[in-house]
Design a protein. Structure first.
Length: 244
């Protein structure tokens, strides 16, 4: 059982290309395996459009790439469908275009100006016209989780104690507590992002690979062999072991 995983991308196309280069180098040594992207393709970074183009092109070319939906990906599609829609897991005083969320940067990558002095209606109209139908369909259809043997990949995590086939989308995309503090064995090893850290961390029952690419940090790439985990670097594999 082998797999690769890439953390929250947040529009960082150059980092994503570098991550795939490291994976290609590792595959040349160890053989092919699926590559799972754990979501949050868009927002905050400079080239969300380029990220989606790259992932679409790779899948169309037959790459064994799995791309999961993140909460930011859902926020993007919700805005395009209805600019007044409010994600029930987002604070009521925030919107996708708030500077904290990074929606304006995503629209800018499609050539749409979403400055604070522009009303929402024309921003939405420009966005709906600029975002290709193929991108909207891709984002809308992204799966919420993916299982490979004893590994479960998901964006935010799972609700502890709930069967995997009964998990709610809101939790899979948004959960922090009680998941982050739950040390029990969930069955499969959970590989997730969503909660930004300075570095990827292995907790024994889960691995958080969101290393803050959306805030100027690196984009984490890992290789998994059974339950052994390795951080991929420009000089090769570094073991990522459970913290004591």
């Amino acid at each position: 059982m082998r797999a690769y995983a890439i953390g929250d991308i947040h529009g960082q196309l150059a980092l994503l290309k570098a991550a795939h280069d490291r994976i290609a180098t590792d595959m040349a040594r160890h053989g092919p395996a699926p590559v799972v992207h754990v979501g949050d393709l868009v927002d905050r970074g400079p080239d969300s459009r380029g990220v989606i183009d790259l992932l679409l092109e790779g899948q169309a070319a037959g790459q064994d790439w799995v791309v999961l939906k993140g909460n930011h990906d859902r926020l993007f599609t919700m805005f395009l469908n209805d600019p007044q829609a409010q994600d029930q897991r987002l604070r009521s005083d925030l919107s996708w275009l708030h500077p904290r969320l990074g929606g304006a940067e995503t629209l800018a990558s499609y050539g749409v100006r979403a400055a604070a002095d522009r009303p929402v209606a024309p921003v939405h109209a420009d966005g709906a016209a600029a975002v290709p139908a193929s991108h909207r369909a891709f984002l809308q259809a992204l799966p919420l989780m993916h299982r490979i043997g004893d590994l479960l990949f998901v964006h935010a995590g799972i609700r502890p104690g709930v069967a995997l086939d009964e998990q709610a989308e809101d939790d899979l995309l948004w959960i922090r507590q009680p998941f982050l503090d739950d040390g029990r064995d969930h069955g499969p090893l959970i590989v997730h992002g969503h909660t930004a850290l300075d570095a990827p961390t292995h907790y024994g029952n889960r691995i958080n690979i969101d290393s803050s690419a959306g805030y100027g940090g690196p984009l984490t790439t890992i290789a998994i062999e059974g339950r052994e985990v390795f951080l991929l670097t420009d000089t090769g594999r570094v073991p990522l072991r459970p913290q004591p």
